[in-house]
Design a protein around this ligand. Structure first.
Ligand code: GBH
Length: 454
């Protein structure tokens, strides 16, 4: 399928694909890598669909050159990946392991040789297990560890890495990892998980400063955001949705962009919060938004729909209830496809932060569409339709004056989709998880055509 003429973003717009370490690398026991919380979590029976693990994943650790060649052929100018903290510092502290650094050296040099700008994320949820054992993100100490790790990475790579991302989706680690327990480390602390949000935000701010001290520049964060729609216009549903909106969106973006928490949250946070907020709001060069779907939320009635919370049944007694959004097509993961919500969240950012909003990048957007090869061809037309709709919404937002400088699609490859294991395929490139063979899908060819238009 060819792209219609109006889907072009002009010169200078950056096109990329995104991945993360645990989801693609495999080789979990090679090169001195230590265990991360995700290795531990996957080993616990019943945690991951079909008992899947990231032990081999896409075997990107060994096949990175083939994957870079796929990116070059795709025509992207940027590759967003993440460093595995456990490869660099297996115990989360102390000097870097040479073989861990060497792997990322090879990857970065191969990317640069292919004309692709590396945009690494320092942390995409895979905490070194020894740090988790010492309290993980519930402990303030991890902020010191993270700043040291950031400084080592900058000192090693700042000469070749022109764009940096501190943390991926601090909301999801807080909510899924520590509040509901569906992700590693599997804790169900409900509102007692709020310190995890604060410590990630503080670690982010400390890392921005450490990266700069180490010579790095063009630093941002990848934060996921979704419009939260009240299930009805009743006062109860509107209030419930407002609370949820603060919890999933503004609790994470306000401290970074305004230096304050939404009203009522500061008191729940540990430490000298006012001092911390000054660090958390260290100015960024750009802000990254990951966006997938809007969410519908109502007051608690006992009709919560687990499809609206990635399959997790929320415990009773919470003051809000995610509801199924009806009337939209859904991806194979069951997530609603609503391009207009993408434009809405971008406009909300501009309205909420005004002049304090740095240039935006879309650091993730994509969908699970699980088409398999037929005679060697993957005709994932529904992914093309999804991307076409979301890119049109993005173009409209840019035309309305929202400063978005790039779009990084999730994901280059089908990969380990966390609690869903290998059951959900987000890639432009199909991966056969038996043979590890890569097959570019129809959407890959379509996206190459989009990129080719600038
Ligand atoms: C990202 O998380 C991750 O950064 C990435 O590692 C992951 O592979 C990718 O997305 C795909 O999952 O209310 O039905 O719309 C995204 C996490 C996904 C959490 C959507 C909230 C709401 C489901 N978000 N989810 S729905």
């Amino acid at each position: 399928m060819r792209v219609t003429a109006d889907l072009s973003f002009g010169p200078g717009f950056r096109w990329g694909v995104s991945t993360s370490a645990y989801q693609i690398e495999g080789a979990v026991a090679e090169g001195g890598r230590g265990p991360s919380t995700w290795d531990t979590f996957c080993a616990e029976p019943g945690r991951i669909m079909n008992g899947d693990t990231g032990e081999i994943a896409c075997d990107h650790y060994h096949r990175y050159a083939e994957d870079v060649a796929l990116m070059r052929e795709l025509g992207v100018d940027t590759y967003r990946f993440s460093f595995s903290w456990s490869r660099i510092q297996p115990s989360g502290i102390g000097p870097a392991v040479a073989s861990g650094m060497d792997f990322y050296d090879r990857l970065i040099d191969t990317l640069l040789g292919a004309g692709i700008q590396p945009a690494p994320t320092l942390f995409h949820w895979d905490t070194p297990q020894p740090l988790e054992d010492a309290g993980g993100w519930l402990s303030r100490d991890i902020c010191d560890r993270f700043a040291e790790y950031a400084l080592m990475l900058a000192e090693r790579f700042a000469d070749r890495v022109p764009m940096w991302i501190t943390i991926n989706e601090p909301m999801v680690l807080t909510l899924m990892g520590y509040s509901l327990g569906a992700h590693a480390p599997g804790k169900q602390l409900l509102f007692d998980a709020l310190p995890v949000a604060h410590h990630q935000l503080l670690a982010h701010g400390r890392a921005v400063q450490a990266l700069r001290a180490g010579g790095a520049s063009y630093i941002g964060i990848a934060s996921n955001h979704a419009p939260t729609w009240p299930a009805s216009d009743s006062v109860e549903d509107t209030e419930a949705a407002g609370l949820y909106d603060n919890l999933i969106n503004w609790l994470f973006a306000d401290p970074v962009l305004l230096g304050s928490y939404p009203a009522g949250f500061e008191a729940a946070m540990p430490g000298p919060v006012a001092d911390d907020l000054a660090v958390i709001s260290t100015p960024l060069d750009w802000f990254g938004i990951n966006h997938y779907s809007p969410v519908s939320v109502g007051a608690t009635t006992g009709q919560a729909d687990t499809a609206a919370t990635d399959g997790i049944l929320l415990p009773p007694g919470l003051p809000f209830e995610p509801r199924q959004l009806t009337g939209y097509p859904t991806t194979d993961f069951g997530w609603p496809v609503v391009p207009a919500a993408f434009g809405e969240i971008l406009r909300t950012f501009k309205d909420r932060y005004g002049d304090r909003l740095p240039p935006l990048y879309i650091t993730e957007n994509g969908c699970a569409i699980n088409d398999e090869p037929v005679d060697g061809v993957v005709t994932d037309q529904r992914r093309i339709d999804y991307l076409d709709g979301y890119l049109r919404a993005l173009k409209e937002a840019i035309d309305d004056g929202i400063d978005v400088r790039g779009y990084f699609q999730w994901s280059l490859l089908d990969n380990f989709e966390w609690a869903a294991g290998y059951s959900q395929r987000f890639g432009l490139v199909h991966v056969d998880f038996e043979t590890l063979e890569r097959t570019p899908k129809a959407s890959y060819h379509w996206f190459r055509d989009v990129i080719g238009r600038g």
